[in-house]
Design a protein around this ligand. Structure first.
Ligand SMILES: NC(=O)c1ccc[n+]([C@@H]2O[C@H](COP(=O)([O-])OP(=O)(O)OC[C@H]3O[C@@H](n4cnc5c(N)ncnc54)[C@H](O)[C@@H]3O)[C@@H](O)[C@H]2O)c1
Ligand SMILES: Nc1nc(=O)c(N)c(NC[C@H](O)[C@H](O)[C@H](O)COP(=O)(O)O)[nH]1
Length: 228
C-alpha cells in the first residue's frame, strides 16, 4: 500500500522514558531542540499524535515561529501542517487546544466501533476518518493520508502510537532526542510501549547521524529495509 514518508520524533530521558510514571509531561528538550521540532513541523505535510498524548499534554501541534509560518503561507500553504489525532474511541475533548489554535485541517482517526454521537460532535471541528474495528488501522490510515496528498508525516508520539506505527512497518526514520535526565519508573511511558517485538521481529536501525544539542544528544536513525 502507498504511504507518506513517515518519521517519528520524540524526546526521551537517558533511560528511555517519554514522561513520568503518572504520565506527567517532563521538559526533556531544551530551547534549541524545541526549535528543531518546530522546523520539522513546518516542513511536514502533517503531524500526528495519539489520544493518550492529547489527554495528558493537550498539545496544539502548531508551528510556533512567525518566520516559519510566513514561509509556509508564502509557499501557498496553511501556517500549520495537517494535525492528526489517532483516537480509536473518539475521546478527543471538544475543547482540546488542537481545535483552538491556528489554521489548517484537523483529522481525527477513529475506529468503526467509536460511539456515533461522539463522532458527530467531532465532525463539527475536524475531518473524521473511520478505519479499523477496535483500534485505528494505521496502514489504511497512512494510505488514505497519502491519497489526500500528505507525502511527509511527522509522528510525535506517544509511546503506544510509536509502537503502532513501528509494528505496522510504517516508519522510515526515527529521531530521538535523548535528554540529560533519568525519569525511571516501571510504568513510565517509554519511546515504544505496546506489546513489544518478538526476537524475530525486532526492526534493525541504521544510525544516520548524531548531534549534541545543548545538554542532550539527537540520534537520527533509518529503519532498515525502508529504502527512501
Ligand atoms: N517526550 C515526548 O517526545 C513525548 C511525545 C508525545 C507524548 N509523550 C508522552 O507520552 C504519553 C502518551 O503516550 P501513550 O502511550 O499514553 O498514548 P499515545 O499518545 O501513544 O496514544 C495511544 C492511543 O492511541 C490510540 N490508538 C488507536 N489506534 C492505535 C494503534 N493502531 N496503535 C496505537 N495506538 C492507537 C489508542 O487509544 C492508544 O491508547 C504522555 O505521557 C505524553 O506526555 C511524550
Ligand atoms: N519534543 C518534545 N520535547 C519534550 O521535552 C516533550 N516533553 C515533548 N512532549 C510532546 C508534547 O506532546 C508536545 O510536543 C508539547 O506538548 C508541545 O506542545 P505544542 O504542540 O507545541 O502545544 N516533546
Amino acid at each position: 500500500m502507498d504511504k507518506p514518508f513517515v518519521f517519528i520524533n520524540s524526546a526521551m530521558s537517558a533511560d528511555g522514558k517519554l514522561s513520568t510514571k503518572e504520565r506527567k509531561q517532563v521538559r526533556i528538550s531544551g530551547k534549541l531542540d524545541f526549535e528543531r521540532v518546530d522546523e520539522l513541523r513546518a516542513q511536514a505535510d502533517a503531524v500526528m499524535v495519539g489520544i493518550g498524548t492529547v489527554l495528558s499534554d493537550d498539545p496544539s501541534l502548531t508551528v510556533k515561529s512567525p518566520e516559519r509560518k510566513a514561509a509556509r503561507k508564502a509557499a501557498g500553504k496553511n501556517e500549520n501542517p495537517v494535525r492528526i489525532i489517532v483516537d480509536s474511541s473518539a475521546r478527543t475533548p471538544l475543547d482540546a487546544d488542537i481545535f483552538k489554535k491556528g489554521d489548517g485541517l484537523r483529522i481525527i482517526a477513529v475506529s468503526t466501533s467509536a460511539p456515533a454521537e461522539k463522532i458527530e460532535k467531532l465532525e463539527e471541528k475536524a475531518l473524521v476518518i473511520k478505519t479499523g474495528t477496535f483500534k485505528v488501522d494505521l496502514t489504511e490510515l497512512a494510505a488514505k493520508l497519502k491519497e489526500m496528498g500528505i507525502n511527509t508525516l511527522m509522528v510525535e508520539g506517544g509511546a503506544t502510537l510509536n509502537w503502532g506505527m513501528l509494528s505496522a512497518g510504517l516508519v522510515d526514520e526515527v529521531y530521538t532526542f535523548v535528554g540529560n535526565l533519568i525519569i525511571g519508573g516501571k510504568t513510565a511511558p517509554t519511546f515504544t510501549d505496546g506489546e513489544g517485538f518478538s526476537e524475530a521481529e525486532i526492526p534493525e536501525l541504521e544510525l544516520l547521524s548524531t548531534e549534541k544539542i545543548e545538554k542532550g544528544i539527537l540520534l537520527s536513525w533509518k529503519v532498515k529495509g525502508k529504502e527512501k
